[in-house]
Design a protein around this ligand. Structure first.
Ligand SMILES: Cc1cc2nc3c(=O)[nH]c(=O)nc-3n(C[C@H](O)[C@H](O)[C@H](O)COP(=O)(O)OP(=O)(O)OC[C@H]3O[C@@H](n4cnc5c(N)ncnc54)[C@H](O)[C@@H]3O)c2cc1C
Length: 415
């Protein structure tokens, strides 16, 4: 059984500022501390969630660089572990756990977001390969990714959910064109991805041809769970994969740069501000005597506490083997908090809220957070879709009437 002390002792023996990031992540994965709940040899040690939380808190407390983050570790790795063959797990999860490769989620399309199963990107079999044509959009960090978790249509003659296949696509090939999209907060986090006769070996299909919908649902479940927030706060994260340019840098230098960025308000990208930050801001701006703002601040504080306690209750229920419905409400709650944080901080800033740039209050941090506040109510499924899921899967309400589970995809009317 790993304790905070054994992890701290291991870090004392293994961390050195001279190591490259690739060497440090290799050590972390080999020790099973990168993703403790994953299998041994693949970055983990088959640990329980509670034990994993202890290990990641000990790494954060030591102030060293944490395991790789991103869509690969948070949702792709767990999906391949659930549905992939042992060979696929070795090929894809091994390098992912060591930060050698980064993955993008290639699900959404211009005509298939909430109704994801209407996707039209085609995968046509050609011997031992699939030939991919079509377009994806909203793909976070696709320009920094080595592999894509792609869902594509392999059979248009069956109902839409049945003709989808999940596969790992090599992003470094001529038929894959990635174009970054600049969001309203100025960051090019998303991309659109175009496929023109791109190739995927049949051996890269995860979970079987035509079985992609149920595999995709696993990825989405991990995405929604992550959107509710689970990582130790204060962890130091560095971009993974061959394209981020960090793997061969000494960890000492990367750590110093990351700490400097964390203390620089102009480098922060947040979707909401904590109640502590908002209260501090109210004091700095002299808003604490305004009874309406005081009331709104109090409400925000109370809602933040409810969010944190709901998460705690969900974790405790899961630990005791009685998973409750709390987890499915967390994503909605954080989306609501982000909107409240935006409205409250903008009200406190007043006219300055309309300005942007380093010269404004806190280096523009508040405005940037406001511009990123729609993220939790859209990413990983919109609030409306999340409510549909809660209604149908948690409350057992009847599904919306639809006949698209019997009509072949080819015959569906699509926008
Ligand atoms: C931060 C962020 C990161 C993302 N990262 C990725 C990524 O890495 N990879 C990826 O593939 N995608 C990604 N997405 C895309 C995301 O999954 C989609 O934006 C989302 O599923 C909504 O799809 P859409 O934008 O096409 O909206 P639409 O589906 O067109 O929806 C438009 C509006 O109609 C509403 N609506 C639609 N259907 C219903 C219904 N049945 N009932 C009630 N209301 C409905 C929606 O709630 C929404 O308000 C990301 C999005 C965000 C914001």
């Amino acid at each position: 059984m790993e304790t905070a002390q054994t992890v701290a002792a291991w870090i004392a023996d293994n961390w050195s500022t001279e190591l490259t990031l690739a060497e440090w992540w290799q050590r972390l994965a080999d020790a099973g501390y990168a993703f403790p709940t994953w299998p041994a040899g693949l970055g983990g040690m088959n640990a329980s969630t509670a034990q994993a939380r202890q290990i990641s808190s000990a790494i954060t407390a030591a102030g060293v660089i944490g395991a790789p983050i991103g869509n690969g570790p948070s949702m792709g790795g767990p999906t391949v572990l659930a549905h992939g063959t042992p060979e696929q797990q070795q090929r894809f999860v091994g390098p992912l756990a060591r930060g050698r490769e980064a993955w993008a989620q290639l699900f959404s399309e211009p005509g298939a977001g909430s109704d994801l199963a209407s996707l039209a990107t085609s995968a046509v079999r050609d011997g031992d390969e699939f030939v991919i044509n079509g377009q994806k959009v909203w793909n976070s960090f696709a320009d920094m990714s080595d592999w894509g978790m792609l869902i594509a249509r392999t059979d248009p003659d069956v109902p839409k959910h049945k003709g989808i296949t999940y596969m790992m696509i090599d992003m470094n090939q001529p038929g894959v064109e990635v174009r970054p999209l600049v969001q309203m907060n100025g960051y090019p986090e998303f991309c659109e991805v175009f496929f023109t006769d791109a190739r995927v070996p049949v051996a890269n299909v995860i979970g079987g041809i035509g079985e992609g919908w149920s595999v995709a649902k696993t990825t989405l479940a991990f995405e929604r769970a992550g959107a509710g927030g689970s990582r130790a706060s204060g962890a130091i994260n560095i971009g993974a994969g061959s394209k981020a340019g960090n793997l061969h840098q000494p960890v000492g230098e990367l750590l110093a740069k990351a700490k400097q960025e964390a203390n620089d308000p102009t480098m922060r990208t947040e979707v909401l501000l904590s109640s502590r930050t908002l209260i501090k801001m109210a004091r700095q701006l002299g808003c604490t005597t305004d009874p309406v703002l005081r009331d709104r601040l109090m409400r925000y504080y109370a809602n933040s506490q409810v969010y944190s306690w709901t998460g705690q209750r969900g974790r405790d229920n899961a630990k005791s083997g009685r998973p409750g419905p709390e987890v499915s409400t967390l994503k909605l709650q954080i989306a609501q908090l982000a909107h409240e944080s935006r409205d409250l901080s903008m009200a406190m800033l007043g006219a300055e809220a309309t300005l942007m740039g380093d010269a404004t209050f806190e280096g523009g941090r508040i405005q940037r957070a406001a511009l990123a506040s729609p993220v939790p109510s859209l990413g990983g499924g919109t609030n409306e879709i999340q409510r549909n899921i809660i209604g149908e899967q948690t409350l057992g309400l009847p599904r919306e009437p639809s006949n698209d589970n019997v009509i072949p995809f080819r015959e569906l009317r699509r926008s």
